[in-house]
Design a protein around this ligand. Structure first.
Ligand SMILES: Cc1cc2nc3c(=O)[nH]c(=O)nc-3n(C[C@H](O)[C@H](O)[C@H](O)COP(=O)(O)OP(=O)(O)OC[C@H]3O[C@@H](n4cnc5c(N)ncnc54)[C@H](O)[C@@H]3O)c2cc1C
Length: 123
Protein backbone atom coordinates (compact mmCIF):
# COMPACT_ATOMS: atom_id res chain seq x y z
CA UNK A 1 0.00 0.00 0.00
CA UNK A 2 1.28 3.47 -0.83
CA UNK A 3 1.83 6.00 1.93
CA UNK A 4 -0.27 8.53 0.02
CA UNK A 5 -3.30 6.27 0.34
CA UNK A 6 -3.41 6.64 4.12
CA UNK A 7 -1.92 10.12 4.33
CA UNK A 8 1.68 10.61 5.37
CA UNK A 9 0.81 12.66 8.45
CA UNK A 10 -2.29 10.73 9.50
CA UNK A 11 -0.31 8.35 11.71
CA UNK A 12 -2.56 5.65 10.32
CA UNK A 13 0.10 3.02 9.87
CA UNK A 14 -1.08 0.58 12.52
CA UNK A 15 -4.21 -0.25 14.49
CA UNK A 16 -5.16 -2.75 17.18
CA UNK A 17 -6.68 -5.04 14.57
CA UNK A 18 -4.79 -4.28 11.38
CA UNK A 19 -1.25 -3.64 10.22
CA UNK A 20 -0.87 -1.52 7.11
CA UNK A 21 2.07 -2.55 4.91
CA UNK A 22 3.57 0.49 3.23
CA UNK A 23 5.75 0.13 0.13
CA UNK A 24 5.33 -3.65 0.01
CA UNK A 25 3.35 -5.93 -2.30
CA UNK A 26 1.86 -9.38 -2.25
CA UNK A 27 3.63 -11.50 -4.87
CA UNK A 28 1.99 -14.89 -4.21
CA UNK A 29 -0.82 -16.55 -2.29
CA UNK A 30 -1.45 -20.25 -1.69
CA UNK A 31 -3.96 -22.38 0.19
CA UNK A 32 -2.48 -24.50 2.95
CA UNK A 33 -5.02 -26.72 4.71
CA UNK A 34 -7.68 -24.35 6.16
CA UNK A 35 -5.52 -21.19 5.87
CA UNK A 36 -4.08 -19.01 3.12
CA UNK A 37 -0.41 -18.12 3.06
CA UNK A 38 0.56 -14.73 1.66
CA UNK A 39 4.10 -14.10 0.37
CA UNK A 40 5.28 -10.49 0.35
CA UNK A 41 7.77 -8.87 -1.99
CA UNK A 42 10.30 -8.61 0.85
CA UNK A 43 10.18 -12.41 1.30
CA UNK A 44 8.09 -12.55 4.47
CA UNK A 45 5.13 -14.90 4.68
CA UNK A 46 1.95 -14.51 6.71
CA UNK A 47 -1.10 -16.68 7.39
CA UNK A 48 -4.53 -15.31 6.49
CA UNK A 49 -8.09 -16.49 7.11
CA UNK A 50 -9.24 -14.88 3.88
CA UNK A 51 -7.87 -12.64 1.14
CA UNK A 52 -9.47 -9.57 -0.42
CA UNK A 53 -7.93 -8.81 -3.80
CA UNK A 54 -8.08 -5.28 -5.18
CA UNK A 55 -6.33 -3.15 -7.77
CA UNK A 56 -5.61 0.55 -8.02
CA UNK A 57 -7.09 3.10 -10.37
CA UNK A 58 -5.54 5.63 -12.74
CA UNK A 59 -7.18 9.01 -13.42
CA UNK A 60 -8.08 9.58 -17.07
CA UNK A 61 -6.75 13.09 -17.73
CA UNK A 62 -5.28 12.88 -21.24
CA UNK A 63 -8.21 14.79 -22.76
CA UNK A 64 -6.98 17.90 -20.90
CA UNK A 65 -3.54 17.81 -22.53
CA UNK A 66 -2.78 21.18 -24.06
CA UNK A 67 -5.46 23.07 -22.11
CA UNK A 68 -3.00 24.45 -19.56
CA UNK A 69 -4.65 22.60 -16.68
CA UNK A 70 -1.99 21.58 -14.18
CA UNK A 71 -1.85 17.81 -13.96
CA UNK A 72 0.46 15.85 -11.74
CA UNK A 73 -1.08 12.37 -12.18
CA UNK A 74 -4.33 13.98 -10.94
CA UNK A 75 -5.86 17.31 -11.96
CA UNK A 76 -4.87 20.09 -9.57
CA UNK A 77 -7.91 21.75 -7.99
CA UNK A 78 -8.59 24.08 -5.07
CA UNK A 79 -11.28 23.76 -2.35
CA UNK A 80 -13.94 24.85 -4.85
CA UNK A 81 -12.80 22.22 -7.39
CA UNK A 82 -11.45 24.91 -9.72
CA UNK A 83 -8.59 23.75 -11.92
CA UNK A 84 -5.73 26.08 -12.81
CA UNK A 85 -7.72 27.10 -15.92
CA UNK A 86 -10.52 29.63 -15.27
CA UNK A 87 -14.06 28.20 -15.55
CA UNK A 88 -12.86 24.60 -15.77
CA UNK A 89 -13.78 22.50 -12.75
CA UNK A 90 -12.85 18.91 -11.93
CA UNK A 91 -14.26 16.53 -9.35
CA UNK A 92 -14.15 12.89 -8.37
CA UNK A 93 -11.50 10.30 -9.03
CA UNK A 94 -9.51 12.59 -11.33
CA UNK A 95 -8.58 14.86 -8.38
CA UNK A 96 -6.90 14.78 -5.03
CA UNK A 97 -8.97 15.82 -2.01
CA UNK A 98 -8.35 16.76 1.64
CA UNK A 99 -7.95 13.69 3.88
CA UNK A 100 -10.86 13.47 6.33
CA UNK A 101 -8.50 13.32 9.36
CA UNK A 102 -5.18 14.93 8.42
CA UNK A 103 -6.68 17.44 5.90
CA UNK A 104 -3.65 16.69 3.74
CA UNK A 105 -4.47 16.61 0.02
CA UNK A 106 -4.34 12.97 -1.02
CA UNK A 107 -5.71 10.69 -3.71
CA UNK A 108 -8.85 9.15 -2.18
CA UNK A 109 -10.77 7.45 -4.98
CA UNK A 110 -14.01 6.46 -3.25
CA UNK A 111 -17.61 7.24 -4.09
CA UNK A 112 -18.47 9.59 -1.13
CA UNK A 113 -15.46 11.78 -1.92
CA UNK A 114 -16.38 11.87 -5.61
CA UNK A 115 -20.01 12.78 -4.80
CA UNK A 116 -19.03 15.47 -2.31
CA UNK A 117 -16.45 17.06 -4.64
CA UNK A 118 -19.03 16.97 -7.44
CA UNK A 119 -21.44 18.91 -5.23
CA UNK A 120 -18.74 21.42 -4.28
CA UNK A 121 -17.99 22.09 -7.94
CA UNK A 122 -21.66 22.98 -8.52
CA UNK A 123 -21.84 25.63 -5.80
C1 LIG B 1 -14.13 -2.17 -8.93
C2 LIG B 1 -14.43 -0.91 -8.14
C3 LIG B 1 -15.07 -1.00 -6.92
C4 LIG B 1 -15.32 0.13 -6.17
N1 LIG B 1 -15.96 -0.01 -4.96
C5 LIG B 1 -16.22 1.08 -4.23
C6 LIG B 1 -16.88 0.96 -2.98
O1 LIG B 1 -17.23 -0.13 -2.52
N2 LIG B 1 -17.11 2.09 -2.27
C7 LIG B 1 -16.75 3.33 -2.72
O2 LIG B 1 -16.99 4.31 -2.04
N3 LIG B 1 -16.11 3.47 -3.90
C8 LIG B 1 -15.84 2.38 -4.67
N4 LIG B 1 -15.19 2.51 -5.87
C9 LIG B 1 -14.78 3.86 -6.29
C10 LIG B 1 -15.95 4.61 -6.93
O3 LIG B 1 -16.53 3.82 -7.94
C11 LIG B 1 -15.38 5.90 -7.52
O4 LIG B 1 -14.74 6.65 -6.50
C12 LIG B 1 -16.45 6.77 -8.16
O5 LIG B 1 -17.19 6.05 -9.11
C13 LIG B 1 -15.79 7.96 -8.82
O6 LIG B 1 -16.78 8.71 -9.50
P1 LIG B 1 -16.32 9.64 -10.67
O7 LIG B 1 -17.58 10.26 -11.19
O8 LIG B 1 -15.21 10.53 -10.24
O9 LIG B 1 -15.68 8.69 -11.78
P2 LIG B 1 -16.35 7.50 -12.60
O10 LIG B 1 -17.48 6.87 -11.85
O11 LIG B 1 -15.20 6.64 -13.02
O12 LIG B 1 -16.99 8.23 -13.86
C14 LIG B 1 -16.17 8.81 -14.85
C15 LIG B 1 -16.93 8.68 -16.18
O13 LIG B 1 -16.26 9.47 -17.16
C16 LIG B 1 -16.18 8.72 -18.36
N5 LIG B 1 -15.03 9.25 -19.12
C17 LIG B 1 -13.72 9.03 -18.92
N6 LIG B 1 -12.98 9.69 -19.83
C18 LIG B 1 -13.87 10.36 -20.61
C19 LIG B 1 -13.72 11.22 -21.75
N7 LIG B 1 -12.52 11.56 -22.24
N8 LIG B 1 -14.83 11.71 -22.30
C20 LIG B 1 -16.07 11.39 -21.80
N9 LIG B 1 -16.28 10.59 -20.74
C21 LIG B 1 -15.17 10.07 -20.16
C22 LIG B 1 -16.01 7.29 -17.90
O14 LIG B 1 -16.39 6.41 -18.91
C23 LIG B 1 -16.97 7.25 -16.70
O15 LIG B 1 -18.27 6.94 -17.08
C24 LIG B 1 -14.95 1.40 -6.65
C25 LIG B 1 -14.30 1.49 -7.89
C26 LIG B 1 -14.04 0.36 -8.63
C27 LIG B 1 -13.33 0.49 -9.96
Amino acid sequence: MLKQAVGSSSGLTSHKLIEIELNNSVIATRKQRDKYVVTYQDGREEDADFIVASVGVKPCTEFLDGTGAEIKWTIKVNERQETTVPDIYAAGDVCVSPHIMSKEWIYNAIWPVAASSGQSSCL
